[in-house]
Write a protein that binds this ligand. Structure first.
Ligand code: FAD
Length: 452
């Protein structure tokens, strides 16, 4: 029994079914996953269009005449919806082709081996031998804010775009917040960003964050550093609607719209976990061990609801591991999930990606490391692409040369980080990278240089 049809749920379902399990999936909203299809995919689709606009500003340096493209909102909406619908249909088809029964409705536990599902046709009762909780999360809304879906928005109110804000205040400078800043700025909005610390992307490589801040400032983004939003108010006047954001240091920002990007909360409140005897932490996230098993040996949790890394990629692999475990494959060759080795990317301009041990983290742990950094400007491909921004940084063990981590800032960083991710997972050394016969001219040459 799988509750939730996001990346965690559908990977577990298809893989378990392929291994011979009888699988039922309950989904209350969209097969493919709410966070995945309502947040991740639309945001990357819009960012890709924003990237095409930014690129159009760079073609002047490529022997072309600059001509700013015009945004066609109806066709952009069709594109965002089209990709989402395509992915939903593909996922549904795959699940059905594996024999997975899909019940559309909202599930809650009624016992340790039973659930009830509210469907449009009434309540259905289903019993199970093993269950997976993969119900994801939803945007966190603080008590000082009342999103109205029109001017005061959560991240889910932004897709598909109904109008483009003339000006917008983004609250929260984590991964989601900076991606929204990038997207709105690409579409020409005047953007302000409330940054609670002194650096955007707290916890990420300060050099990477500095490059991003530089890009934001060059695009006229106002950064309110060291400020926490404490109040948001919609003000109506003859001039129209405005949103006023007040911060704890007395600063006030006015814009046509505001977007909250201050984290999420788990979808566990309506599940009645207690009926199944499943324990959650104080924040409502389901607690799991390294096999994604909860305190009930036949009930698993995976994806964002498990409170580990909130990434679609991680959710999918957790789902697969759950299927392996429930079908007994963990007793043969099985590699535990190591969340410290998960690659992640931030789809800004330039892109930022990292994996494994970070430089700052190694220093904090007092661990001996070697860090090598090569700017993309040294590669012919970056010059050919007319975008020499950014760098590749590899963190390795000075004694053995084993690659421990790395970060990349620049064009296609999200793709290039896969090379370092593979090295980190497979314990490859910098020599393995140097001796790989890579393509020329390619941005990956900076990787080889850093490894050398
Ligand atoms: C704006 C934004 C951008 C993102 N971009 C990226 C990105 O670029 N890359 C990346 O890797 N990750 C990204 N993420 C994170 C990613 O979307 C999530 O990590 C991923 O979707 C988690 O998958 P999941 O299976 O845990 O949950 P979800 O995808 O949230 O799926 C959970 C499903 O469970 C259903 N459900 C909930 N409760 C019940 C119930 N009681 N009964 C039945 N069904 C229920 C929900 O309807 C939902 O469909 C982004 C997130 C946001 C907010």
């Amino acid at each position: 029994m799988i509750i939730g049809g996001g990346p965690a749920g559908n990977q577990a379902a298809t893989y378990a079914a392929r291994l011979g399990a009888k699988v039922t999936m309950i989904e209350r909203d969209i097969v493919g996953g709410a966070a995945h299809l309502l947040d991740c995919i639309p945001s990357k689709t819009m960012i890709a269009t924003g990237g095409a606009i930014s690129f159009s500003h760079r073609i002047g340096g490529m022997g072309l005449v600059e001509a700013p493209p015009e945004v066609d909102i109806p066709s952009l909406v069709r594109r965002v919806d089209g990709i989402k619908d395509h992915m939903r249909d593909d996922t549904t088809e795959l699940l059905r082709s594996q024999g997975v029964e899909i019940i559309m409705g909202s599930a809650r536990f009624t016992g340790t081996h039973s659930i009830e599902v509210d469907t449009v046709d009434g309540v259905r009762r289903v019993s199970f031998d093993a269950a997976l909780i993969a119900t994801g999360t939803r945007p966190r809304i603080p008590e000082w804010c009342a999103p109205d879906g029109e001017r005061i928005l959560t991240t889910r109110d932004c897709y598909p775009p109904k109008v483009f804000p003339e000006s917008v205040t983004v609250i929260g400078s984590g991964v989601t917040g900076v991606e929204f800043v990038h997207m709105f700025a690409s579409f020409g909005a005047k953007v302000s960003l409330v940054v609670s610390r002194q650096q955007v992307l707290p916890g990420k490589d300060p050099e990477a964050a500095a490059i991003l801040e530089e890009d934001f400032l060059s695009r006229g983004v106002r950064l309110l550093k060291g400020a926490r939003a404490t109040e948001i108010e919609r003000v109506e006047s003859d001039a129209g609607s405005r949103v006023v954001v007040r911060c704890d240091d007395g600063r006030v920002v006015e814009s046509s719209h505001a977007v909250l990007a201050i984290g999420s909360v788990p979808n566990t409140d309506s599940l009645d976990l207690a009926a199944a005897g499943v324990e959650a932490d104080a924040g409502g996230y389901v607690m799991i061990n390294h096999h994604c098993v909860t305190n009930q040996p036949h009930i698993y949790a995976a994806g964002d609801v498990s409170g580990k890394l909130p990434l679609s990629s991680v959710a999918s692999v957790q789902g697969r591991k759950v299927a392996e475990h429930v079908m007994g494959l963990h007793t043969v060759e099985h590699r535990h999930l190591d969340y410290d080795k998960a690659a992640s990317a931030i789809f800004t301009e330039p892109e930022i990606a990292d994996v494994g041990l970070a430089e700052a983290e190694a220093f904090a742990l007092g661990r001996k490391i070697r860090v090598t950094k090569v700017p993309f400007a040294t590669t012919p491909k970056a010059l050919i692409n007319n975008d020499p921004r950014g760098f590749v940084k590899i963190v390795s063990d000075p004694a053995t040369g084993v690659v421990l981590g790395g970060s990349i800032v620049g064009q296609h960083a999200a793709e290039l980080i896969s090379v370092i991710a593979l090295a980190v997972t497979a314990n490859l050394t910098v020599t393995d990278i140097v001796e790989s016969l890579l393509v020329h001219p390619a941005l990956a040459e900076a990787l080889a240089q850093a490894a050398e």
